[in-house]
Design a protein around this ligand. Structure first.
Ligand SMILES: Nc1ncnc2c1ncn2[C@@H]1O[C@H](COP(=O)(O)OP(=O)(O)O)[C@@H](O)[C@H]1O
Ligand SMILES: [Mg+2]
Length: 578
């Protein structure tokens, strides 16, 4: 029998024999095989999540970091690992309703669950010591974009420029800018394609800043929409394709969105930094779970697209390798790489499927239905885990998918079809381009306690108790506030027809307040013919009732033109508009 702790080999389950009985033979998958990616397909309850959690546990034990996108909340179960296997460890996480239904006290139920877990592990040749190894090998952190129940993550706080090599390659630069632009537009519910002026303008603004190695924040982006760094879109004048008035309306829409309560948490939190998601201080591997269950569909799309995009950027900065460097997992992939449509998440995901192998980044994608994934994506997948399916049609579609790709060579369709009939839960067919014939196996017991989808309060509880596996929260970076808020880093937006200026002489500590400038020229006519001319400039702060001229103060400036030309001080803050 093979040793389940063989380095570089992932213990996923035990092989079944022709009679359909699970044998003692462990199924070990070579970690390197996952660099050609895996898909896991099966109906609800077939055991996909259990299998993939097992893969991530193996990755961690092997020192391979993981980024996992969690649409439902059950990947967060990876934070529930209890080396003592005692009822007390399980007690805070058991389902108390379930206990009631079974007529048990919570304590009795915790005891039953702890026993179930230690028996389950024992039956698969695992024990508390292996749970401890997993726990010690990687820090499990749960990120909640735009929300502080887990570690807040702000995918849009700072739009960092890509690496030098991507910046100097126009195709790569526009690819990266394209995904960021499409993600921002997705948040606005704007599904217009890459040819829409909004999309082209955002790409142009991002590319212009990034080419110069500059990061942009959203406030800068909103300003640039009104004062773009370009005068032409393609061969046409910007002003005729996308006039200032429409650009202002677009900037306002973006600003209003970000100022809405639903986005309150979007501008503060850790920036989306892939290296930081993968490795802790000292290079210790992490399992970073990006929980998106609390987000609406648009927000999910934007987060997933931006995350895939940043992974592409990170990956390209790594040296090539043939070993597995990192695992990227997404559960319930439906809608993110669909066959026909092209949502923002699809281009970066396709890029990963095509290119990540050379950089040792393996993708594991789980879904209920093979029709959820673009065939072109499936062509790049080397490993297939197929569990129980709903219908014969689903089975045929999976087999079509396997045959359509590189991994389909030599597939005995009839044998595979019969193996796929009437699979029990947790039983999967493995078809692997690297392996010999397809085989059937039963997934091993997970080291982590599968408590089911975790709620926000539970995630918050995990975070408060690092002992339960949640990482202590790193200090969030200073919030990059949008135009809303009392004072912020961003200049409030006004219609372009209103001339705007700042008083000269500001410093980084200056707070600019909205005021109205009144200018008058007083001409004293002298009898002798030589008039005396005096320009007076008054500024009145703008309150809720308009400018308060009774409190206006006079300022001394050389001319209105010089005033209009003065630039705001870098690092200054801006008070809110009334
Ligand atoms: N590897 C496993 N170890 C222990 N229990 C498992 C395992 N896989 C699945 N289960 C049990 O079966 C249930 C359904 O499996 P799950 O992986 O959630 O299915 P799917 O993701 O396909 O809907 C889980 O809630 C869990 O109770
Ligand atoms: Mg699942």
């Amino acid at each position: 029998m093979r040793d389940i702790e063989l380095p570089g080999a992932f213990y996923v389950g035990r092989v079944r024999n022709a009679a359909g009985t699970t044998t003692d033979e462990p199924l070990l998958i070579d970690a390197r095989d996952l660099t050609t990616h895996a898909v896991c397909i099966g109906m609800t309850g077939s055991g996909k999540t259990g299998l993939c959690l097992g893969l991530m546990e193996e990755a961690a034990i092997d020192g391979v970091p993981v980024i996992a996108i969690d649409p439902k909340g059950d990947i967060a179960n990876l934070a529930l690992s209890f080396p003592g296997l005692t009822p007390a460890e399980f007690r805070p996480w058991i389902d108390e309703d379930e206990a009631r239904r079974q007529g048990r006290t919570p304590e009795q139920h915790a005891e039953a669950v702890a026993k179930r877990w230690s028996d389950g592990l024992a039956a698969w040749g695992e024990d508390g010591a292996r749970v401890r190894r997993f726990r010690d090998s990687a820090e499990v952190s749960i990120y909640t974009p735009g929300d502080s129940s887990g570690i807040p993550l702000s995918p849009l706080a700072s739009l960092e420029p890509p690496s030098e090599s991507e910046r100097t390659d126009d195709a790569l630069l526009s690819e990266r800018a394209g995904t960021t632009a499409a993600s921002i537009l997705a948040l606005l519910g704007d599904e217009s394609d890459a040819l829409a002026p909004t999309h082209i303008l955002l790409v142009a603004i991002l590319a212009s800043a990034w080419r110069g190695g500059r990061a942009l924040d959203l406030a800068g982006l909103i300003t640039a929409i009104q004062k773009p760094p370009i005068t032409r879109l393609g061969v046409m004048e910007l002003e005729s394709v996308f006039p200032a008035k429409e650009r202002f309306a677009f900037a306002m829409r973006l600003n209003a969105l970000l100022a809405s309560p639903a986005y309150a948490g979007w501008l503060s939190g850790e920036p989306l930094d892939v290296a930081r998601l993968l490795y802790g201080p000292g290079g210790k591997p992490r399992i970073s779970i990006i929980s998106i269950a609390h987000l609406d569909d648009r927000q999910r799309m934007a987060v997933v697209a931006l995350l895939f995009d940043r992974i592409v950027g990170w990956m390209r900065a790594q040296p090539g390798t043939s070993s597995l460097r990192a695992l990227v997992y997404m559960d319930e992939i439906a809608g993110y790489a669909p066959p026909v449509a092209n949502p923002p998440s699809k281009p970066p995901l396709m890029t990963l499927l095509k290119q990540a192998r050379a950089f040792g980044v393996g993708l594991v994608l789980a879904t209920q239905n093979p029709a959820d994934l673009d065939y072109k994506a499936l062509g790049n997948v080397g490993t297939w885990f197929v569990g129980r399916l709903q219908t014969d049609r689903d089975r045929d579609k999976v087999l079509d998918g396997i045959q359509s790709g590189a991994s389909g060579r030599g597939l005995d369709r009839a044998a595979a079809a019969s193996a796929l009939t009437a699979l029990a839960s947790r039983v999967f067919l493995l078809h692997d381009v690297h392996g010999p014939a397809p085989l059937v196996f039963e997934t091993r017991w997970t080291l982590s306690y599968l408590a089911g989808p975790m709620t926000r309060p539970q995630i918050a509880r995990l975070r408060a108790q690092p002992s339960a596996g949640g990482a202590p929260a790193p200090a969030p970076v200073a919030p990059a506030t949008a135009a809303a808020g009392h004072t912020g880093r961003s200049r409030p937006q006004l219609p372009p027809e209103i001339p705007q200026c700042v008083l000269p002489g500001g410093t980084a500590g200056t707070v600019y307040r909205p005021s109205v400038l009144g200018s008058a020229r007083i001409v004293y006519s002298a009898a002798g013919g030589s008039d005396v001319v005096q320009d007076v400039h008054l500024i009145a702060e703008l309150g809720a009732l308009g400018p308060d001229w009774s409190q206006a103060r006079e300022i001394a400036v050389a001319s209105i033109d010089s005033l209009l030309a003065s630039a705001p001080a870098a690092g200054a803050s801006w008070a809110e508009l009334p």
